[in-house]
Design a protein. Structure first.
Length: 167
């Protein structure tokens, strides 16, 4: 049986509110990132045999608004942004790959979770899985791609005992 490549997740917390909203945010969100990564591997995604790495940035709505305005031209905060380091490129299979950054905004995630009657933890973990899949090249621009991406998110979250977020 082939060995799974390693997947390193580095978590940086810029907004102290994350500690009040989610006990052990680094541990929980790292597990969500890894589950999404493993779901993609099971689906046939291939990268480096030496492993991969990504960053999770836990921030507030103000910083997220600035990032969204700067990089997407939208002057409002959003729940998650994914910045792929490879941007469609692929280094050699014998090199470790930095996949990129997933940025999460505490305030908007909290508002969405309350509105959708979900726990903050479940919603944040879903958004991490969603962001990691974007780093791996998955998207939801058309219905077929959206179904694939959603099925990978559902598979990853089920491993964390989180219900299907699309029901």
């Amino acid at each position: 049986m082939a060995r799974r490549p390693s997947f390193r997740v580095i978590v940086s917390r810029r907004d102290p509110a994350w500690l009040d909203l989610l006990p052990q945010p680094a541990r929980r969100l790292t597990m969500a990132a890894r589950r999404a990564y493993w779901a993609a591997l099971s689906h046939g995604w291939r990268g480096s045999s030496l492993g991969h790495e990504c960053n999770l940035l836990l921030t507030d709505d103000g910083e997220m608004r600035d990032l969204n305005r700067r990089w997407r031209g939208k002057d409002k905060p959003t729940n998650v942004l994914a910045f792929a380091a490879l941007d469609g490129g692929r280094p050699g299979r014998d090199q470790p790959w930095m996949l990129g950054d997933v940025v999460l905004a505490s305030g908007i995630i909290g508002k969405e979770a309350r509105r959708q009657r979900k726990s903050f933890s479940d919603h944040a973990q879903h958004l991490v899985a969603h962001g990691v899949l974007h780093l791996l090249g998955y998207d939801h621009q058309n219905s077929r791609d959206a179904r694939v991406m959603e099925s990978l998110e559902i598979a990853a979250l089920s491993q964390l005992s989180i219900a299907n977020p699309y029901h």
